[in-house]
Structures are given as structure tokens and as C-alpha cells.
Design a protein around this ligand. Sequence first.
Ligand SMILES: C[S@@+](CC[C@H](N)C(=O)[O-])C[C@H]1O[C@@H](n2cnc3c(N)ncnc32)[C@H](O)[C@@H]1O
Length: 217
Amino acid sequence: MSAAGEDEAADFDGLARAYRWLEYATFGPILERCRFEHLPSLRDRRRALILGDGDGRFTAQLMAEAPALEADCVDASAGMLGLLKQRAPRARVQRADIRRLTPAGVGYDLVATHFFLDCLTQEETRALIARVAPRLAPGALWVVSEFAVPERGALRPTARALIAALYRAFRLLTGLRVDRVPDYASALSALGFRPMAVRARLWGLLRSELWSASRAT
Ligand SMILES: C[S@@+](CC[C@H](N)C(=O)[O-])C[C@H]1O[C@@H](n2cnc3c(N)ncnc32)[C@H](O)[C@@H]1O
């Protein structure tokens, strides 16, 4: 059980080494496919801000495919950042609670949040996007992977139950206090982002989304 206090970030340190294997044991390769879904559209990116990147599998793959890219990676877990640095030695890492972070850099043309926004409340998500948006270059992309309850269909109750079970497990293991996936799409749209590409998997339980900071004309 994590010792995370009332307003501390969830503590993923104890999970860091096992995280990848737990993921493969429960979901097989499918979360990895979500993270990597939009990589072909990211190869021309030059400056990335990667939030809650965990053990660095996405960053390592991104930097391999976009060799000119500089990456600033922020995570609250020292254990996760240690693994990230092993996988992606060129990445700059910062240990911080992203709920209180205003990125130091400017001109990012890519933000990545894979299975991270689900660690934030609706208000924390809105506030984060509002803090990050002014730091972005025109035409910046924001790539998101997330769990979702499908909008319709017989699988809605199953998806709800599965997501609730995942939240219970993470609460036990990391002290995470959030209990629902925030509506990040509304928050992104409200700040002028528009969806460029969406891929749903497992009948809508998983989404890989690519958003653009360019305003619709
Ligand atoms: C569910 S894991 C996802 C990791 C990775 N992005 C992936 O695709 O699997 C959430 C990550 O976000 C980090 N995290 C959670 N809340 C955070 C916060 N408030 N500030 C910074 N990092 C946080 C955790 O340490 C963990 O590495």
C-alpha cells in the first residue's frame, strides 16, 4: 500500500520495475500499440514534452524514430524516471508533480500523455492543458492514449466495471485518489485543439488520439 498523503501525487515507485510486466500480463501488447499508434505522424517533431511517461518505452521509441528530437520528460516517480533514463539516455528528465508544473521550456511541437491524464481530476486536466498550451509552437500536436467507456453498445457496463476495477487496483498500489477518466477531449477542444486522428481498440475501451493545436479555420 502506498503512503501517498492527502494531496501527494500517486506513488508509482513500488510498481516501476514490475509495471511493464503487469501490463503485458493483463493487456498483452495492446497498450503498447496504443502508445505507438501515431508515431509515424511524429517523426518530424523537434521538441517534445512528455508528461507522466512512466518507464520510458514511448520516449525511447519516439527518439529512435525522430533522431533530431529533444524531449523533456516529467514524472513524479524516481523509479519510473530511472528506467526512462536507461531506455532514452538523451531525454531530459524532471521529477515533479505535474499538477503543479508550469513547463520551463517553450516552443514544444509535441506533448504526449499516455495513460496519464487518468491520474488527474477534470479540473486538474483542464488546468494542466491551460498551463501547457501557451508553451506550444503553432501547429503543435498532443498525443493521448486513454481508457474510455464506449459511448454506446452492450459493452458499456463491462467497460465501466473494468475501469472501476483498475482504479481500485491503482488506489491500493499507488494511493491514486482519482476514480474516473477526465473528459480531456472537452478540455482540449475548449482551448482550441482539434482532433486529427482517433483510433479505438477493444470496442472503444482504449483510445489513441492525435490532437492539433491549430485552431480550426
Ligand atoms: C499509469 S502510469 C502511465 C505511464 C506511461 N505513460 C504509460 O503509458 O504506461 C502513470 C504515470 O504518471 C505518473 N504520475 C501520476 N500522477 C502524477 C503526477 N501528479 N505528477 C507527475 N507524474 C504523475 C506516475 O508516476 C506514472 O509514471
